[in-house]
Design a protein around this ligand. Sequence first.
Ligand code: ATP
Ligand code: MG
Length: 357
Amino acid sequence: MKTYSIATIPGDGIGKEVVPAGQQVLEALAASSNRFGFAFENFDWGGDYYRAHGVMMPADGLDALRGKDAILFGSAGDPAIPDHITLWGLRLKICQGFDQYANVRPTRILPGIDGPLKRCKSEDLNWVIVRENSEGEYSGVGGRVHQGHPIEAATDVTMMTRVGVERIMRFAFKLAQSRPRKLLTVVTKSNAQRHAMVMWDEIALQVSKEFPDVTWDKEIVDACTARMVNRPATLDTLVATNLHADILSDLAAALAGSLGIAPTGNIDPEHRYPSMFEPIHGSAFDIMGKGLANPVGTFWSVVMMLEHLGELDAAKRLMQAIESVTANPALHTGDLGGKATTAQVTQAVCQQLAGNT
Ligand code: ATP
Ligand code: MG
């Protein structure tokens, strides 16, 4: 029997509620399988750790994670700590430390969930957004001079490398190729950004030659937002830069009905390091500690984790359990207009997995 070692990092706010729920679901899967089990190690990094130690995670934190098979992450964010500290001090440190260069965000309207696009049938909205996760607009290159003076200036440099763009394009074409429609949209802004984005387009064209069976097109990012709303069925797999995909994927999550159901994986496609899976929502301090958080985004992230680990049957079983639960309005949390609690949704999914509906 294979035992996967999983690091759990609940982080802040509702992360502390949804990550234990995700762990419960993994335990339920293991209980009904004789093929695999999980060994969990929990890390209490985040805002509270920062208050006690002045850093979001210890200096040797990456070493503690290095040998794990995967990481289940909650959220980093604390109203009392500036966002750039919580983000760069924990989540991005792990993403960059483990070169998780592909951020993958599936979006679908799950059964029973009412998205804002009333005329859109659920089969018309089935996307995966691939976000470049290691450079681009969030490269961290830049600086600030003459702080507080009238001549103050600041820069954030968009840095794209040929290696970085080639590998994310190749990942996206491969992912598009693996999906039934074999359709990829390369999101760009090369009309206005004449250097990095032009290289981005050129590399897309170059890599596309390796995938003759993939149909692809180019779309300017602003036009892409309108297309997501007006013609959702024309999209399938999308690839975009760090900043563009950040924005597009929040729009995607909203169109699918709630931030609370959207998952993501920060993936090292080469399996050199552990990959990290997390719901896309933040710490949501307004509802924390009340048992109201929707755990579905975390459960779907667990599906992605299982796929990454090669446990495809388990991933499929869990996705079916999630869909049978979302199909029941009595099991909708507040963000979906219902009254169910985190614990009720979690229990329902675990019961489905146990074949005990
Ligand atoms: P952060 O600063 O960490 O991003 P945030 O306070 O901006 O956190 P988000 O998680 O980004 O909060 O979400 C915005 C709002 O959406 C929350 O305030 C919350 O009301 C709602 N929300 C987000 N995730 C969930 C969830 N899983 N279940 C229920 N409601 C949610
Ligand atoms: Mg937020």
